[in-house]
Ligand binder design. Sequence first.
Ligand SMILES: Nc1nc2c(ncn2[C@@H]2O[C@H](COP(=O)(O)OP(=O)(O)O)[C@@H](O)[C@H]2O)c(=O)[nH]1
Ligand SMILES: [Mg+2]
Length: 345
Amino acid sequence: MTEILNTFNNIEIYLFIGILIVGILIIFFKIKGKKLGDTKRPESLDLKLASTKNNLLGKIAEVVKLRGKVDEQLMDDLEEILLKADVGVKVSLDIIDELRDEIKTKKLISVNDVREHLEEIIRKILLSDYADETLKLQIPKEIPFVILFTGVNGVGKTTTIAKLAKRYVKAGRSVMMIAADTFRAAAIDQLSIWAERTGAQIMKQKKGADPSSVVFDGLTKAVNQKIDVVLIDTAGRQHTKVNLMNELAKMKRTTKKVVPKAPHETLLVVDATTGQNAISQAETFNQATDLSGLVLTKLDGTAKGGIVIGIKHQLDIPVKLIGVGETYNDLRDFDVNEFVEAIFD
Ligand SMILES: Nc1nc2c(ncn2[C@@H]2O[C@H](COP(=O)(O)OP(=O)(O)O)[C@@H](O)[C@H]2O)c(=O)[nH]1
Ligand SMILES: [Mg+2]
C-alpha cells in the first residue's frame, strides 16, 4: 500500500518538475524574443508616413465626399489641402491647374474621378521630378568619400551623421567625423560621443577654432590613413548669416585643397516639421553653396510630409536621404517609388 502511495507521489513529483521545466523554458524564450525585438527590422515606410498620408489623401477623400459635386468650391478646397500639407505654393497651383484641364478635357463629373485624377497628377509630378536622379550616395573609387553637412541648428545634422557613420561602419568601411561646428563646445562633445558609439574616428579642436583648419587637418589625416568616408559636421549658426555662408564657402575651398574632387556631396539637412520654412532655408543655403542634395529629417509623426512633393519641383534639389526616427535604422535612402507607394497604396 505504502509502495503504491510512494509511486503515486513520485509520479506527481515528476509531473511537477516537468511542468516547472516547461514553464521556465516558456519564460526564457519569451524574454529572448523580447531582446531580439530590440534590434527589430526597420518599420515599413507607410507606418512612418501615416500622418502625412492621413493629412493629404485622407483630407482629399474627406472633402470630396463632403462636397459631393465638381465645382469651383471643390477646386478651392483641394488647393487649400495641398497648401496646408506643405506641398508648396507653386506646385499646388500647378497641380490644381492640371486638374482643371483634365476635368474639362475628360469631362469629369464624378467627385471620385476627380480624386483619382488628382492623386494621379501628384504621383506623376513626383515620379517625373525624380526621373533622372541617381539618389544613392556612392563611395567613389578614389577615397575618401567626403560629405559636407550643412543646415541650421536643431534640424538633425549631427544625428544624421551618426546614423550614416553606423551604416558605413556596419558595412566594414572606415569612417571619420570632423567636428567643424566649433561654434559651440557642446556640439564638439556631442559628435565625440557619437564617434565613440558608432566606431568612427573623430577629428576635433577646441571651441572657437577655425572650422576650415579642423577640416584641413581631418582630411589630411583621412587621406594618410586611407579612410573610406569622411563626414563633416558644421555649425548651424554664426554671428551673422553672411559669416555662416562665408565660412561654408571657405570650408569647401579647403576640402578641395586636400581632396580635389571633394566634397563629393554637400547636403543640406532640413526639418520636415517646419514645412515651408525648410524650403526657404534650402533657397538661402543653395545661393551660398551649391547643394547636391537634401536630407529631410523628422518625417516620422509629422503631417507635413507633403513637402517632399514640392521641394524638388520648386528648387530642383533632390531629397537624397530621409530621417524617420531616432534609431540608427531610421535613416533611409530616399526612393521615390517607395515614397509614392507608401503614400498612395
Ligand atoms: N523624430 C525624429 N527626430 C530626429 C530625427 N533626426 C534628428 N532628430 C532629433 O532632432 C534633435 C536635433 O538633432 P541634432 O542632430 O542635434 O541637430 P543639429 O543641431 O542639426 O546637429 C535631436 O533630438 C534628434 O534626436 C528624425 O528623423 N526623427
Ligand atoms: Mg549638431
